[in-house]
Structures are given as structure tokens and as C-alpha cells.
Write a protein that binds this ligand. Sequence first.
Ligand code: DX5
Ligand code: ZN
Length: 223
Amino acid sequence: MAQIVPSLLSADILELKELLEEFKDFGIEWLHIDIMDGHFVPNLSFGPQFVESIKGNSNFLLDVHLMVTPPEDFLDLFVKAGADLLTVHLESTPHIHKVISYIKSMGCRTGIAINPGTPVFLLEDIIKEVDLVLIMSVNPGFGGQEFIENTFKRLSDLRRLCKALNISPLIEVDGGINGENIEKLLELGVNMLVIGSAITRSKDRKSRLSELDSIIKRSRKLS
Ligand code: DX5
Ligand code: ZN
């Protein structure tokens, strides 16, 4: 079943408490937390202390998206801080198998992310090891960017790969998701819709969440 996974990247930090209350009231299960280091992507965001604070003050499951290099230096920190799922970019390390195995050995769920220019077939030898595949639908680094249309083709490639290997990992898409593209993403088997600015920069967040959620419910009925 598909769900909205709000990204906190574009949230107003001073409104965070209120925002988390709204998400809780709405029945949101997972939150997406973007970690950026100014090397792998040209921006900085949150650190482990932020993750720890959210973990300690809420019951959300935390989907931590590492955009850092080398990821090896940060795995312990973010698992200890309370990540429930740690996603690492394929492009961020030559030792992706080792990294995924290490995260698993700490008892944390694992995800693998790929940038818009990385072919889906490169996942073939690692995809069986992970709980989730994250297909980036923008070049990572900033919230509020435009959705890259080629993502749809990449999701079809991913479906074919999963079918061939007889596996069904969670499929997450991140970047530029809004009311216009949700339906098609659901048709292509996406379970986790990471949505940042479409919610957090909206003047009326509650109605926006309801709008997005009703699109998901409608698609569910049609399928
Ligand atoms: C971009 C981040 C995204 C971002 C999505 O690098 O990985 O999670 O917050 O935000 P929107 O929905 O605004 O594209
Ligand atoms: Zn993200």
C-alpha cells in the first residue's frame, strides 16, 4: 500500500513542532530526513542530533536519506541516532555491498538510492540485499525542484528487474512529487512517496495533505 512520506528538508525549523503534530494527527507513519554534506551534494542539511531529537520526541519511523561521502563515516552515528531505515546512494561509495551489509548487521533496515543519471540495471547485484530502492526524481541537493519525467521510464525498468529476480522491495521516489504525478507513480508500483515542498511550503498544509491522500485513495479503488 502506498503512503506519503513527508520530507522535512524545506520545513521551517521554527514550525517543526506544530508540523510534526499535524503529521501525527494525519496518521503519517514515516518521516523522510535528508542528510547532506556539501560534498556529495552542493548543500548542507541535518546531522545526527536532529534525527535523535525527532526520534526522542515522536513515534514516527525515520527514513534517513544519506547524501554524504564517504557514507562509511556516518553509518554508526545515524543508526545510533535512531534511523529505522538508512538509505545510501550507489554513487557515493565503491563498497556498496559492504556498506549495506554493515547497516544490516546493526539491525537497521536498508535502502539504496540512485540519481537520475544512474542506470537502473546497475542495481542488479545489490537489490536483493535491500529493503527499499529509492529512485531520485530530481538531482539531489535541494527541495522544490521540478520532477524529471524520465523517472517513469526508470520505474518501468525497475519493475522489470524486480520481476526477473522475483523480488519485491519497497519502491520510493523522491523529488518534485505533487498532485500531478502521484497517480502515474502509483500505477508504476511506487509505495513510498517522499513529498517535501508540496506539503511544507503550502499555505494550508492540512488541506494539501488531504488532497494528496485522496488521490492515493482514489487510485487504490481503481486498481
Ligand atoms: C532532495 C531531497 C528530497 C527533497 C524533496 O535532494 O532528497 O527529499 O526534500 O523535496 P521536494 O518534494 O520539494 O522535491
Ligand atoms: Zn530525500
